[in-house]
Design a protein around this ligand. Sequence first.
Ligand code: GRG
Length: 296
Amino acid sequence: MTSDPKAGFEAALRRIDERLEALLPPTLASHAPLGDALRESVLAPGKRLRPLMTLLAAEDLGGSAAAALDAGCAVEMVHAASLVLDDLPCMDDATLRRGQPALHVRHGEDVAVLVAIGSLAGAYQLIAGIDGLSAEARVEAVAILSAAVGVRGLVGGQFEDLRGGRHRRAVAEIAAANGLKTGSLFSAAVEIGGVVAGASGGVRAELRGFAEELGHAFQLVDDLLDRAPSSSALGKDVGQDRNKSTIVSMMGPAAARRRIERHVSRAEASLTRVFGPSSRMHGLLALVFEHAMRQG
Ligand code: GRG
């Protein structure tokens, strides 16, 4: 196994980065530094896992690659907005993101809030206008993305995390918040891939099940890495809030690793039911988690 979690996906990742760059041209900087800041936040070197999943799911279910690419870029724009907001002093108060000073550190909180709103609006504009998708599919994709952002998604998960993070919570409560904070956007990413491909309700439900397990495992790895002394495969900017109560801090790293393994094997089982015993999504899952588990 290679030590690079992105190995084998370079071509798809290049397409994603090129499309994001084209969607956010330098001329966007007409209101500098707003345009520059928007480009910086979206184009900063992230892993692009969510758009990659949209792309792989749609293509491997027979959907249009171009439509999947734009849908994935919209999901990444939502993700970028969530990271900008998450780092604000009134939220996680983080100064580093993707190895660089957080957006509000570089451009101020006012610009950071506007960038997040602009990125979110851009995502909906993009997904609502995707070429080659029926009007019904576009509406469905917008509805899925909206649900993933809203009070039963990122917003609700973030709220629970902020309010409950420093209190002792049951493991199940933390897991539920993790599902909203992390799983909901993974779920939207793969389900929108299914919508692009015209997948059945059953396949879409299976994709959501996969993403929920993935989200739980991913958040556990994220928390494990928060305790690790150095940065990692998940591109983690470590040590931002070591007082937060997490499943890892409550159960310890060994039990957390066992939970991760259980989530990953359930995620794999869902993928197998959709794509057969081996697929590019299986490959992505294995690469990300094998690498992360060695680091954490
Ligand atoms: C209105 C979009 C919006 C959000 C409001 C602030 C907020 C509510 C939610 C934040 C949720 C959040 C930051 C969850 C963390 C998810 C997570 C595991 C992020 C790290 O993802 P990676 O590792 O990051 O894929 P990269 O940088 O590689 O893209």
